[in-house]
Design a protein. Structure first.
Length: 311
């Protein structure tokens, strides 16, 4: 049975655009619930400037509050060497850097055009090699940029090639604003594979325009074994206008399980976590499974006829 690894990005990408500030304890509770549901690798937090992303201001406190768990990989997002160093000091197991496939989003999101981003990533890769810290990279706006419009697959491939040449073994292709289609996913993955054949590919989709699961299907069909998702379908990006949630972990897992893929995840526990999120969020989450529940495949047992009572 083919195994698909799900990386839950809820505690970082999911939360960062929420207007309601989660307490550090609620973030720790969310992470504990994800670990209990079987999530083995997840975005724990990000080490960005607290003025830019106030929701992530307690990154160090979240990391310090987590119980040690040798079975999981806690990813910290960092946009530069300073963030990388903070992530290492806070005890992450892996750092995720970000490249953008377009300059417009790069300048807004991380204050750097693509060429400058590559210089920054090279510095991070150098430090990570010296530290023995696993470093992965996400290429955002890979299917469209809120500022520059359409993004040619060749632009995504250029960034992927540069990252692979720095020795980065895992590259995530991200549809930051939900501009992708399943056909575009096939095309971009092909373009990236052509220039970075050794790279392990991962895909990250937002459901902003209702194409998230279709895009995930296309990525799986193209041979991608690692997908990002966020429990409940929370998410967005403070620097991408109208960006909405990541694909919901439980919706993705349900689709994959129904099709016979293995994820190692406890679907009911994920749904319970999605329901739990209502309280700190102050509203229900957008995922479908949290409303519809799991389709078990079992026939419904007809209720027994009421016994005849003696007259
Ligand atoms: Mg995202």
């Amino acid at each position: 049975m083919r195994k698909i690894e799900i990386i839950d990005v809820g505690p970082r990408d999911g939360l960062q655009n929420e207007k309601v500030l989660f307490s550090t304890q609620d973030k720790i509770s969310l992470i504990s619930k994800l670990e209990a549901a079987g999530i083995k690798r997840y975005e724990a937090t990000s080490f960005v400037h607290p003025k830019l992303v106030p929701q992530m201001a307690d990154a160090e406190d979240v990391m310090a509050g987590l119980a040690p768990n040798p079975d999981v990989t806690r990813i910290g997002l960092a946009l530069n060497v300073r963030g990388y160093a903070r992530a290492c000091d806070a005890g992450v197991d892996e750092v995720n850097g970000v490249l953008t496939a377009s300059d417009g989003f790069g300048v807004k999101n991380q204050g750097a055009d693509r060429n400058k981003q590559l210089d920054i990533l090279a510095e991070m890769a150098h430090a990570a090699r010296a530290d023995g810290m696993p470093l992965t990279v996400t290429i955002s706006t890979a299917f469209g940029c809120p500022f520059d419009g359409d993004v040619p697959p060749a632009d995504v491939a250029r960034m992927a090639k540069a990252a692979a040449e720095m020795g980065i073994v895992e590259i995530a292709i991200a549809d930051t604003i939900g501009a992708g289609t399943p056909w575009a996913v096939t095309e971009v993955i092909k373009a990236v594979r052509a220039v970075a054949p050794q790279a392990q590919l991962r895909a990250h989709f937002h459901d902003t325009r209702n194409t998230g699961l279709a895009n995930a299907y296309a990525a799986v069909e193209a041979g991608v074994d690692i997908l990002d998702a966020s429990v409940g379908g929370m998410g967005g990006c403070p620097f991408a206008p109208a960006a909405t949630g990541n694909i919901a972990t439980e919706d993705l897992v349900h689709m994959l399980h129904r099709a016979g893929f293995e994820t190692g995840l406890d679907l009911e526990a994920l749904i319970e976590t999605a329901h739990w999120l209502k309280t700190p969020l102050g509203r229900p989450v957008p995922s479908k499974l949290s409303k519809a529940g799991v389709f078990s495949g079992q026939a419904r047992v007809a209720p027994k006829a009421a016994p005849q009572t003696a007259q």
